[in-house]
Design a protein around this ligand. Structure first.
Ligand code: HEM
Length: 484
């Protein structure tokens, strides 16, 4: 019922927006004699949205981009999610878009995401405040913080999670627990407990609402997401108030929340509770879903590529045999995993969990002989570049060895952008790499596994395994010759 309502409201909004935009755009283009990139706006009202969604709900969405690139070239016009959009599959154009954030382009998220994140989330901030908060976030996930204390937490929390594995395991679920617990620890120093488990359940409802129509009357998913958002904000608000009290008594912790207490707020002075809650809420969203998906997909690709898995096993068994069974990983161990880094890059390249980013043109922009009209949406597609044979040889195969030479690419190093670029480049890029490497280390040295049943990788509304990737695990010990 919810789906039918969604469809009706979507059609209604699309008709209205399409007519309005067509009138405005036609007048605008006549006035300015602009040369739009070639392409088609598709069907009246819905544009090419249904083609895009149906392609991205399959295991092979590539024809949607391939067909248009071969017809129109690397920059083309389409009409998706209610708006005419310039789609770029060109690395130079993508770079131009990312680097000109805040000057020629600004980030643009759907209404549903904006409402659920809250206005003080980093993803929605602009200007100098964004710059300041971006570097504050970076300072909490950079190499020296990782080396000095995050790595120990990552190692401990990954092992804690794996300790409970027996028989059939939903890898996607377990990976989510790991990354959620890690992010909570990093933000506010809580170890996994009943409270974090309850918080995670509410979070999942918030994320489901991201891709629904942001009208509570028509979408129960959105309604539930709004309620869950309120509960999450209340729970985080309580923590913030408690910690303020403790600070009054002189107690200090080494976490993100402490850094926010010490920082200059939006209006100068300290941050308000609302600002801190919005900021933390969004950081949890950005950090945990992405990294858990990449963990799951690395295991899937390795399972399907046994010679890569056995090469990786050699690397990790050597480290483990050197260290003994229980000793935790140190920074030097992380730095002695060259093939693991190839696997991490290749998983990021081929999985494209963030397939690209939407921006809005702040003014008329001329690029490569075309004009992107002011106010138009632009989509810089990382996926299209990562899977382009012109930039990566045999681009659609999982081949970690390609990263042993030429920075993976046959053209230039700038074509690999899984974490975006420019002022909004992902502040968690190094943290995600360390989390994935440590996870692979413990998984590979402690378990062997087989898929429990066939599963499917889909890409809409987000990249995910349809059945959460169930696997059957068997414990192994490098130190017990009778155990596999
Ligand atoms: C494999 C894992 C990850 C991937 C592929 C990824 C990818 C991305 C990408 C492509 C962007 C740029 C968005 C844009 O330009 O609009 C981004 C932004 C962001 N990421 Fe990540 N990310 C990952 C993990 C993390 C982690 C672990 C954190 C935790 C700190 C994080 C926090 C953020 C934040 C806060 C932003 C917004 C930055 C801004 O708008 O200034 N991400 N991420």
């Amino acid at each position: 019922m919810d789906t039918i309502n969604n469809l009706f409201i979507y059609l209604f909004l699309s008709v209205f927006t399409f007519l309005l935009l067509r009138a405005v755009t036609a007048a605008h283009l006549r006035r300015r004699k602009t040369r739009l990139p070639p392409g088609t706006l598709g069907l009246p009202f819905i544009g090419e949205t249904l083609q895009l969604i149906s392609a991205y709900k399959t295991e092979n969405p590539e024809p949607f981009i391939d067909d248009r690139v071969s017809k129109y070239g690397n920059i083309f016009t389409t009409h998706v999610f209610g708006e005419p959009t310039v789609f770029s599959a060109d690395p130079e154009t993508n770079r131009f878009i990312l680097q000109n954030e805040g000057r020629l382009f600004e980030s643009s998220y759907p209404g549903s995401i904006q409402n659920l994140l809250g206005r003080y989330s980093l993803l929605l901030m602009r200007g100098t405040l964004h710059k300041r908060m971006h570097s504050l976030t970076m300072s909490f996930a950079n190499s020296s913080i990782l080396k000095d204390h995050l790595l120990a937490d990552i190692d401990r929390l990954v092992r804690l999670n794996l300790d409970s594995w027996t028989g059939r395991v939903f890898l996607m679920e377990e990976a989510k627990k790991i990354t959620f617990n890690l992010t909570v620890k990093q933000l506010m120093s809580f170890d996994p407990c009943e409270w974090t488990e309850k918080l995670m359940k509410e979070y999942m409802l918030v994320i489901e609402g991201f891709f629904s129509i942001p009208l509570p009357i028509f979408s129960s998913t959105y309604r539930k997401a709004i309620q869950a958002r309120r509960k999450v904000a209340e729970a985080l608000g309580l923590v913030v108030r408690e910690r303020r009290k403790e600070r009054g008594g002189g107690e200090r912790k080494n976490d993100m929340l402490e850094a926010l207490f010490e920082g200059d707020g939006v209006e100068g002075g300290g941050f308000s509770d609302e600002e801190i809650v919005d900021f933390m809420l969004a950081l949890l969203v950005a950090g945990y879903d992405t990294t858990s998906t990449i963990m799951t997909l690395a295991v899937k690709f390795l399972t399907e590529t046994p010679h890569a898995l056995s090469h990786l096993k050699e690397e990790h068994e050597e480290i483990r045999l050197r260290k003994g069974e229980v000793e935790s990983l140190q920074w030097e161990d992380y730095k002695s995993m060259p093939f693991t880094q190839c696997v991490v890059n290749e998983t990021l390249r081929i999985a494209n969990i963030i397939s690209g980013v939407f921006r809005r043109a702040m003014t008329d922009i001329n690029i490569k002989g075309y004009t992107i009209p002011k106010g138009w949406k632009v989509f810089a597609s990382f996926r299209a570049v990562h899977l382009d044979h012109a930039h990566f040889k045999d681009a659609r195969s999982f081949d970690p060895w390609r990263w042993q030479s030429n920075a993976g690419s046959t053209s230039s190093p700038n074509v690999f952008t899984p974490f975006g670029g420019g002022p909004r480049r992902c502040p968690g890029y190094e943290l995600a790499r360390v989390e994935l490497s440590v996870f692979l280390h413990h998984l590979i040295t402690r378990f062997s596994w087989v898929p429990a049943e066939p599963d499917k990788l889909i890409f809409f509304p987000t990249t995910r395994m349809q059945k959460r990737y169930p696997i059957i695990v068997q414990r192994r010990s490098l130190f017990d010759p009778y155990k596999e």
